[in-house]
Design a protein around this ligand. Structure first.
Ligand SMILES: NC(=O)C1=CN([C@@H]2O[C@H](COP(=O)(O)OP(=O)(O)OC[C@H]3O[C@@H](n4cnc5c(N)ncnc54)[C@H](O)[C@@H]3O)[C@@H](O)[C@H]2O)C=CC1
Ligand SMILES: O=C(O)C(=O)Cc1ccc(O)cc1
Length: 303
């Protein structure tokens, strides 16, 4: 039994086009509609036959949907929700894929005060973006976090959960603020560190650009992959998850200062103890099979 018969995707970039491909692959009888604000993306989506129909207006795309999935940058979620308000069927469920949750859920609910909203976040992606970057297996074996509020109809939450499970993901329900803190430490601040270190390397006056490229060894190379992620998407994530990111950055700054002191005073034990602890964390991630960030993940797909 399928959780939804008529699915509409708003925003056909990496995530929206991956959902479209995965729905086609795993639930082929679902009628798939979509809209993207960018006419070139709509054109490309038609060319590669991503969906059954691509509408030229958001309202047209949702007119008889039973699930509407907003897959736009988090800063555009409120506007995307407002653009479907007049045409959304009253029984439709609205969900999203945004990387930050509390402020996005509030923006969607404000634009659609009468809709059933089940906010979500598939914790799966790559540094690529756009409709050609998506792939059907993106969500397989990955988590999708749902952050409904206490008033949301449990049946609606269950249907959205089943939808993601059909696409191969495991789902977990979480409080939106807790989600934002967890993702700040596991995803958002790591991206900020990557953007920052790659920027620092390219600004170093005594090191040339060609040396940065030529001697990009393991660690730095991995940072450059992350730092190639979409600027619009990540600008929006930091602005929308401001509080949690600032909280984690404060702690990180204190920890880096401690490391700075250990290096200055030659406190090898402190460095060794930390590196031993972090190595154990990496090993337990591998043991739990959560190692999809291995080097070639995402490199062989799209973009
Ligand atoms: N890129 C990643 O690895 C992941 C991204 N996400 C989240 O999923 C969402 C989508 O991300 P991506 O697919 O990577 O972005 P993307 O940049 O590849 O695609 C976003 C698409 O949304 C369209 N768009 C922007 N404003 C719109 C509007 N008002 N109405 C309709 N279309 C609009 C753009 O034209 C673009 O085609 C974001 O909220 C992001 O935080 C979640 C998990 C992973
Ligand atoms: O490419 C990577 O390493 C990622 O971390 C992908 C990613 C980006 C944003 C998310 O909200 C979830 C996953």
């Amino acid at each position: 039994m399928l959780p939804f018969a008529r699915v509409t995707i708003i925003g056909l970039g990496l995530i929206g086009s991956s959902v479209a491909r995965a729905v086609r692959a795993k639930m082929p009888t679902v009628r798939l509609m979509a809209y993207d604000a960018d006419s070139a993306v709509r054109e490309r989506a038609r060319e590669i036959d991503l969906c059954d129909d691509i509408a030229d207006a958001a309202g047209t795309a949702v007119i008889d949907a039973d699930l509407v999935l907003l897959c736009v940058p988090v800063g555009a979620m409120g506007q995307a929700a407002a653009s479907i308000a007049a045409d959304l069927p009253p029984e439709a469920i609205v969900s999203d894929t945004g990387s930050a949750k509390a402020s996005i859920a509030a923006a969607i609910r404000q634009a659609l005060p009468h809709a059933t909203v089940v906010p979500g976040h598939p914790v799966a992606g790559t540094e690529h973006s756009g409709p050609d970057a998506g792939f059907a297996s993106l969500f397989e074996g990955r988590w999708c976090i749902l952050t409904p509020d206490g008033d949301t109809d449990p049946a609606a939450v269950m249907r959205v959960s089943t939808f993601w499970e059909k696409l191969g993901a495991q789902t977990e329900i979480m409080d939106a603020r807790h989600h934002d803190l967890v993702l700040a430490v596991t995803s958002h601040v790591p991206h900020l560190i990557a953007y920052s270190i790659v920027g620092t390397a390219s600004d170093l006056e005594e090191v040339t650009q060609s040396e940065v490229i030529k001697f990009s060894a393991g660690g730095f190379r991995d940072f450059t992959r992350i730092a190639a992620s979409d600027p619009t998407m990540w600008r929006d994530v930091f602005l929308q998850n401001r509080e949690a990111v600032l909280e984690i950055l404060q702690r990180l700054t204190e920890d880096v200062t401690m490391l700075q002191r250990a290096i200055r005073w030659g406190d090898g034990d402190q460095l060794f103890d930390l590196f031993t602890r972090t190595r154990a964390i990496r090993r337990s991630i591998i043991e739990q099979g959560q190692d999809s960030a291995e080097p070639d993940f995402g490199r062989s797909h799209g973009g």
